[in-house]
Design a protein around this ligand. Sequence first.
Ligand SMILES: [Zn+2]
Length: 99
Amino acid sequence: MGSTGRRGGRRSRNWKNWAVQVARVLAQQIVAETLARQAAQSVPTADQTCPTCGQVGAPADPEPRTVTTPAGDAQWDEPERYCRRGRRSFFPPVQVPGT
Ligand SMILES: [Zn+2]
């Protein structure tokens, strides 16, 4: 019955490392939110037209995108438009912060 009741192993908490990770996650969320907000804003009609034939594209399902930032990768949904005449989808330009 040699139970050795070894409790409380020393866990060195690396606060610096933790803080850096939190900052990275926060920065990624901020970038993703900024992109989503800008994408949700009404896009000028000129940017909604098909680059090939000039027709105004119909809204399509957003495309999940990954943007690489200095803080790491951020995920967001890029708004997509579909041109019925040209049967192609295109993406209205969205300003990506820091590019
Ligand atoms: Zn077109």
